[in-house]
Write a protein that binds this ligand. Structure first.
Ligand SMILES: [Zn+2]
Length: 342
């Protein structure tokens, strides 16, 4: 009976703790930037820089463990290094069994204030899928522009545009995650996919946070995971996937409308073009799953229906609509400024 009692008590405590954690997320109030602030923030987004300085070096084959993968990591390090906000960057490397034998994977993690009580995670996967080239055109390789070179470049542009505002440490800090091994080597399955995100969610659930804590972990400190995927094709649609983060999806809808009405978006015909709250496209398996399963609130920003060229050699830069990417980056600038109260 005693043992049983302790068992019940233990579960009650962990439940209680989970609720406290969720409450802090629910109570988080976004800031309200003025029109002048919005104009200033958004004017920092630079389409040329996004395209040439951030995106172009990622448009290469970058399968886990490859030289291309290493080159893309170097590119991410050097971009983050050139900023003044003071990013702590680390590589989370591990080896996992795959249908192609053991492979070395490396997630890239960058956080502004490792000691902050709470974190907003902004993530995408940087690996490219194994897609054989066409024997008639062996020079043409799979570069996964929308999947997910563009989201990675958008993340770099976001932190570059917001750099002067990110220096001051806050209660909620920003962490960037560039997942490795998002793609399956062969057929998508529980074991052949999401290598990097499964590894990171597991390791964050074992790291005490604040350091030395016996009750809470780094994973408990994650307020919200914002995952970007399949972005770049013209006329994308993004829908809300989770009820518990619907109010954050509403912020995206509001930011798109606000920027449209201020005349700050280009090639943007209607005030609500991208973010559609009341359409249900069903869930999509992606790098958020290992976090979702552990109770982390998720905002999944993925184009649905998927781009027509998904997982084909045609997922290339010339299919990417640069104005759409710029507009979405501006919407996310406003979202981050509100969330982080910049
Ligand atoms: Zn993919």
């Amino acid at each position: 009976i005693t043992l049983f009692f302790f068992f019940v008590l233990y579960h009650l405590c962990s439940k209680l703790q989970k609720n406290i954690f969720n409450l802090s997320q629910l109570n988080h109030q976004p800031g309200k930037p003025t029109v002048a602030q919005v104009k200033r923030l958004v004017s920092q987004v630079n389409r040329e820089r996004l395209w040439y300085s951030h995106l172009r070096p990622i448009l290469t084959e970058r399968q886990p463990g490859s030289r291309g993968s290493q080159a893309v990591r170097k590119h991410i390090f050097s971009k983050l290094d050139s900023l003044s906000a003071g990013w702590s960057v680390e590589v989370d490397s591990f080896i996992s069994e795959t249908p192609h034998g053991p492979v070395s994977f490396s997630n890239v993690l960058a956080v502004l204030d490792p000691m902050a009580p709470r974190r907003l995670l902004l993530a995408c996967h940087y690996d490219s899928k194994f897609i054989p080239s066409d024997p008639s055109d062996p020079q043409k390789v799979f570069v996964g522009a929308s999947d997910s070179a563009v989201p990675c470049a958008m993340m770099l542009e976001l932190v570059t545009a917001l750099d002067p505002h990110l220096k001051k440490h806050k209660q909620v800090t920003l962490q960037l995650v560039f997942f490795d091994g998002g793609e399956a080597f062969e057929q998508w399955s529980q074991t052949d996919s999401l290598y990097g995100s499964r590894h990171l969610a597991d390791s964050m659930s074992r790291i005490p946070h604040p350091p030395g804590s016996e009750q809470s972990t780094l994973l408990n400190a994650v307020d919200l995971l914002v995952l970007l995927d399949l972005i770049g094709a013209p006329d994308p649609m993004f829908v809300n996937h989770f009820e518990n983060t619907a109010r954050w999806f509403d912020r995206l809808v509001a930011a798109e409308k606000r920027l449209h009405n201020l005349g700050l978006l280009s090639s943007h015909p209607k005030e609500q073009t991208y973010f559609m709250k009341d359409i249900n496209m069903g869930p999509v398996e992606d790098d958020h799953i290992p976090f979702l399963q552990r109770g982390v609130p998720v905002l999944h920003i993925i184009a649905t229906p998927f781009p027509s060229f998904l997982h084909t050699l045609d997922d290339t830069a010339d299919k990417v609509h640069s104005h759409t990417v710029e507009n979405l980056t501006k919407v996310l600038v406003v979202f981050l400024a509100e969330y982080l109260r910049l």
